[in-house]
Write a protein that binds this ligand. Structure first.
Ligand SMILES: [Zn+2]
Length: 403
């Protein structure tokens, strides 16, 4: 029973996760796709249709700044087989997991392939059916450190030095919708590149790098805002004093994104990151790939890598003995960070939605607050597991579970 985005409705009997408090028994009124009222108790609006939350949670839809692909669709790989229909299908599958906004993420590839995929993504994001769930894109690479370990699973033949003219070509192909770029600040020309990106309003993320402290500091001085998936994208053997973990943790200006899928980081790493950075400076990211929702087994990527998806959801890249991104949705990160840090559900949601919206300048979403887009999730929590029952995008039900 899908509704229209112009319908006025109220969700009653809900535990509402707001930025300030958990409202135990509240009502959210939605009109014209926007949140109009958030209140404790009942609201007498006769013309509004009623949805009874039956005591379940209402929270802002999740926002994921690093989605390489989903449900068999890859945004960055593929021999030119990315299609607008594929992007729409991946978006619908993401809605089922509570993600209402995401940045399709393109990893290191040939300029030709990146241009091709950005053009298709730019066309797809205008699709009204997707209701603005794709506000732009994240480039992770190709301007990263080529060394084994720091490079992670990015194909070495396409790693290159920052090149402004080349980047502008990508930027134009994206319809000027590149919102974030992850790069290695120690590569030649990277610091000037960062300044220019910052002037254009592109969020600079430091990742897949081995920059010394003075370069990390200089990058942040020039506008770098976040460290991408801290604790990953690094070599296994590092100098115990001189390594980018300390410098990035020590600088309070820098946000961090972390992959809390239970495979990428140990509980003690997450606890330390959480204590050092605090709720306000952490973003939960899935780094999810096209393998999410597929059957376990061995897979061959289009760039020739053999990847193993294990029964437990771990995605392994045997040739480099490293992880190949993730196959776990963002809800898993919320469950896991609550489990290992004892943070509240509201804090975990803040790290998986509000903080990400703020960092990316998406001021119309990310909170259950009057005036914002009614991008909402209705979910239950049983034995610390999240089950999404309904997902709303701009006030329209885009997913509801059958039970
Ligand atoms: Zn990465």
């Amino acid at each position: 029973m899908m509704n229209s985005e112009h319908e006025t409705f109220k969700i009653i009997n809900a535990q509402i996760v707001t930025p300030f408090q958990l409202i135990r028994n509240g009502t959210v009124l939605v009109r014209h796709g926007l949140i109009e009222v958030v209140t404790e108790g009942f609201l007498e609006i006769p013309e509004a249709k009623t949805i009874d939350a039956k005591g379940m949670f209402i929270a802002p839809g999740l926002i994921d700044n690093q989605v390489n692909g989903f449900a068999g669709v890859s945004f960055s790989l593929g021999g030119g087989d990315l299609t607008e229909e594929g992007i729409a299908r991946a978006t619908r599958e993401l809605w089922k997991t509570g993600v209402t906004t995401y940045l399709p993420t393109l990893t290191t590839n040939s300029q030709k392939m990146m241009l091709n995929n950005l053009r298709i993504l730019n066309k797809a994001m205008a699709n009204e059916e997707l209701a603005g769930s794709i506000p732009g894109f994240h480039l992770e690479g190709p301007y990263i450190n080529p060394e084994d370990g720091y490079r992670g699973a990015h194909p070495i033949q396409f790693v290159r030095l920052p090149e402004w003219v080349e980047f502008l070509e990508l930027y134009e192909a994206s319809g000027r919708h590149i919102l974030q770029i992850t790069l290695a600040p120690e590569m030649a020309g990277a610091l000037d590149f960062i300044s220019r990106c910052d002037e254009m309003g592109v969020v600079i993320a430091l990742g897949h790098h081995n920059a010394p402290t003075e370069i990390v500091t200089a990058a942040i001085d020039r506008g770098a805002k976040i460290a991408t998936h801290l604790g990953n994208g690094a070599a296994n053997m590092i100098n115990r004093h001189h390594n980018p973990f300390w410098s990035q943790l020590a600088d309070d200006r820098l946000h961090i994104s972390i992959i809390c899928d239970s495979f990428h980081l140990l509980p003690e790493e997450i606890r330390v990151f959480y204590k050092v950075k605090g709720v306000a400076k952490i973003i939960l990211t899935s780094d999810v790939t096209s393998f999410a929702t597929l059957e376990p087994g061995m897979y061959q990527t289009q760039t020739g890598e053999t990847i193993e998806l294990r029964e437990d959801g771990l995605l392994h890249y045997p040739a480099q003995k490293c992880l190949y991104g993730s196959a776990s949705p963002l809800t898993k990160s919320i469950e896991y960070i609550v489990q290992v840090t004892d943070c509240s559900l509201a804090e975990a949601i803040q790290m998986a939605s509000s903080n990400t919206a703020k960092l990316l300048g998406l001021n119309d979403r990310g909170k259950v607050e009057p005036g914002l887009r009614a991008d909402l999730i209705l979910f239950s929590l049983k034995y610390s597991k999240i089950s999404i029952h309904k997902t709303f995008v701009k006030g329209k039900i885009v997913y509801e579970s059958s039970y």
